[in-house]
Design a protein around this ligand. Sequence first.
Ligand code: NAD
Ligand code: UGA
Length: 452
Amino acid sequence: MKICCIGAGYVGGPTMAMIAHKSVDHTVTVVDLNKARIDAWNSESLPIFEPGLDTIVQASRGKNLFFSTDVEGSIRDADMIFISVNTPTKTYGSGSGRAADLRYIEKCARQIAEVSEGDTIVVEKSTLPVRTAESVKRILESNSKGRQFQILSNPEFLAEGTAVQDLEAPDRVLIGGSQCPEGLAAIQKLVDVYASWVPREKIITTNLWSSELSKLTANAFLAQRISSINAISALCEATGADVDEVAHAVGTDSRIGPKFLKSSVGFGGSCFQKDILNLVYLCEHFGLPDVATYWNSVIEMNDYQKHRFARRIVTTLFNTVSDKKIAVLGFAFKKDTNDTRESAAIYVCRDLIEELANIAVYDPKVTEAQMRRELSLATDDTQLTVCKDAYEATCDAHAVLLLTEWEEFKALDFERIYRDMHQPAFLFDGRNILDLNALREIGFEASGIGRG
Ligand code: NAD
Ligand code: UGA
């Protein structure tokens, strides 16, 4: 088959690279309107950082994997088209701040209807509100000129930082489609693509609406676990219990399981908040306000945690951070990615900047321009300094905040850091990854979320 993917972002790029790598019989072209992004995909310096991605892109690029800005040409030739464009939270009009903004999806559907020539299978890869396929179908059919379109939902479950391993050995692949003979045939075609490397029993097929809703539900459940343990972290701080010990004790119950119970300064990333807001909006739309309130509390708890962390820093530093240098280690929303969307670091830095602190940040993969954009700070704004390493960021600082769990931070020479800081020196571990007792022995006043 000729496969086209519209959208060369964090999902489109890695997903299609894996399909091209594993299903060599297919030719895969990833297209995007953003020329700079496509140029980067065609260069030695890929636009996104993901461990292992370079290798699989290099193995297939120019053979059966192509990156191009020729959106129309690629749609015209394709037997199967994945839509992998962004679906951010709407920032205007009705549903603003909650509903998903589907304008990019609609634009793709109209373009496919206009340009494609054969009977094409259209695959929703983006995360979408339940029943979006109905709208996509109507747009396609109103311009079909006798052609047949089948719409499938194939949401993506990869996590950033582990995208390649998640794609290579997924827990499951989910494919939804209409249950008529043509729909089932289209489902089978996509099953065959994945079956090149994914065991058949891990490929789940459902109707369209179940597939669309399962994606939102999966993200809501994952985020809910983090908000639940973060809520308990506040109680731990008040009572002297250690949240890591509580999480371990709770997670060893096989019905609960140990994953996604790491308390933190709050979940970030482009999707958890957006997808839960979307779920909340849908519940309200379908007349289920109590269900909406339940899920909304997951977001409220996350906001509470981010602000609570910032407040705690100010209180601990004798109620003022004005003119104090505060070192921030890590700006990405998690380790092994250069993505900063909705990173907890943004919220913590903003709160501290409002308190007139001077922030010195070091992150191994995030550029200064990106940090300034996220914090809405001009290039000459001196409240932010971006440092070349952790030692420069922490030198002369009053406090160190650890906001991303990069492996390299665990290996830092904290004795040296302590020596070069203002005394008393405070360390706040927002990811609960450091040995706080060892840091206290060095002299730090150390605390982690829910660990005292
Ligand atoms: P992204 O912003 O990184 O990439 C989207 C790309 O689509 C952009 O490069 C944009 O230029 C392009 N685009 C938009 N409209 C276009 C059009 N009409 N024609 C051509 N290109 C167009 O977004 P992402 O992080 O890859 O997310 C994409 C979707 O996948 C979202 O719905 C998201 O919720 C979902 N998702 C993301 C992740 C993740 O880890 N980032 C994981 C699972 C699912
Ligand atoms: C998440 C899901 O894990 C993916 O399955 C999903 O495909 C994706 O969203 C999506 O739809 O975009 P991602 O956001 O890339 O993936 O990364 P996660 O590993 O889920 O981490 C999200 C945030 O939660 C990070 O800020 C992380 O630090 C935080 N987190 C995670 C915790 O605070 N505690 C934990 O125990 C786990």
